[in-house]
Write a protein that binds this ligand. Structure first.
Ligand code: 3HC
Length: 297
């Protein structure tokens, strides 16, 4: 990594305040950045606000943060439904639904809003960063920054460089992530990047094992927790990631790489169709009273 960081990223815009977007907003605000969070409607803004209050409230309860520090942190965040509020952003991180069309429309719109020297990043987990970047008139200022869930906790961030990402943009984003206390790694633009390519073959295999009634969900998860030291078993982790997100990631990777390890296990699609999306919907492989609560059954 180079130590010649040239840009200041005082104000950061985050588009999309779902699980990942709200988590990313918290990461920047915790580190003193001013954050402008954008959602598509008032309900989205409210959901983002609740996520931020809940997550920082947990830190207060655990005595990792005082109430005054929480108020200061939240005070650095402005939530809005107007993308034009991003005019003063030094960096914009897009974290909306995994749809190429939606993401491209956002990068196109940003052309008319942000300064020409602002850096644009997408938190896509499997779509082509190159394709997203070409929707903007300056694709050289676009990078992938792939945070992991929960974003305030996981240290890894993958930085995805395209064939046209400018080297100084890459270096500055690397420097910024290190300053945030993250561990950035850099890779090229291939569906799944480094971690999801390796992780999702394993997760998908666990679903197939469960689907084939080879072992119970508890035993599959226990095997990896107690045998391999993973913090969560694969089925509990899928519930945390969201089964819809997991399905999309596997499907994209399979279509690009045709590696049968990534052909989504059929039951995954059935769960998604039935609305069993994991923690966020209250039920996935396990059942939960709230997105944060322990497993109920
Ligand atoms: N948001 C913010 N903070 C959270 C959190 C959340 N959703 N969940 C837990 N935390 C914090 C807690 O406040 C606590 O903080 P502290 O140490 O400062 O007190 C810390 O994390 C530990 O939490 P807990 O004691 O409640 O629980 P655990 O020790 O069991 O940890 C876990 C929970 C961090 C989720 C841990 O089980 C874990 O790391 N699991 C694996 C997660 C993982 O693999 N993520 C990657 C998924 S793949 C991905 O994101 C890619 C994408 O493209 C799909």
């Amino acid at each position: 990594m180079t130590d010649t960081v040239t840009r200041e990223f005082g104000t950061v815009g985050v588009i999309g305040l779902g699980t990942m977007g709200a988590g990313i907003t918290e990461v920047f605000a915790r580190n003193g950045h001013r954050v402008i969070g954008v959602e598509v409607n008032d309900a989205g803004v409210e959901r983002g606000r609740q996520h931020l209050e809940h997550s920082t409230g947990r830190a207060v309860k655990r005595e990792k943060m005082t109430e005054a520090e929480q108020a200061e942190l939240l005070g650095r965040i402005t939530l809005t439904t107007d993308m034009r509020d991003l005019a003063e952003a030094d960096l914009v991180v897009e974290a909306v639904v995994e749809s190429l069309e939606v993401k491209k429309a956002i990068f196109r719109t940003l052309d008319d809003i942000v300064r020409p020297d602002a850096v644009l990043a997408t938190n896509t987990s499997s779509l082509s960063v190159t394709e997203i970047s070409t929707a903007n008139s300056s694709p050289g200022r676009v990078v992938g920054v792939h945070f992991f869930n929960p974003a305030p906790v996981q240290d890894l961030v993958e930085i995805i460089r395209t064939v046209v990402t400018e080297p100084d943009v890459l270096a500055d984003v690397q420097g910024l992530l290190v300053a945030l206390g993250k561990n950035p790694v850099v890779c090229g633009d291939k569906a799944g990047f480094i971690a999801n390519t390796l992780l999702f073959g394993y997760l998908n295999h666990a679903v197939s094992m469960y689907e084939g009634k080879y072992a119970s969900r508890e035993d599959i998860d226990a095997a990896m927790r107690f045998g391999c030291g993973y913090p969560m078993g694969p089925l509990a982790l899928l519930d945390l990631i969201g089964l819809d997100t997991a399905y999309e990631i596997l499907d994209t990777m399979y279509k690009q790489g045709r590696d049968r390890l990534h052909a989504p296990a059929p039951i995954l699609k059935q769960y998604v169709t039935a609305g069993l999306l994991g923690r966020k919907s209250g039920r996935g492989f396990y059942t939960y009273e709230t997105p944060d609560s322990p497993v109920v059954v």
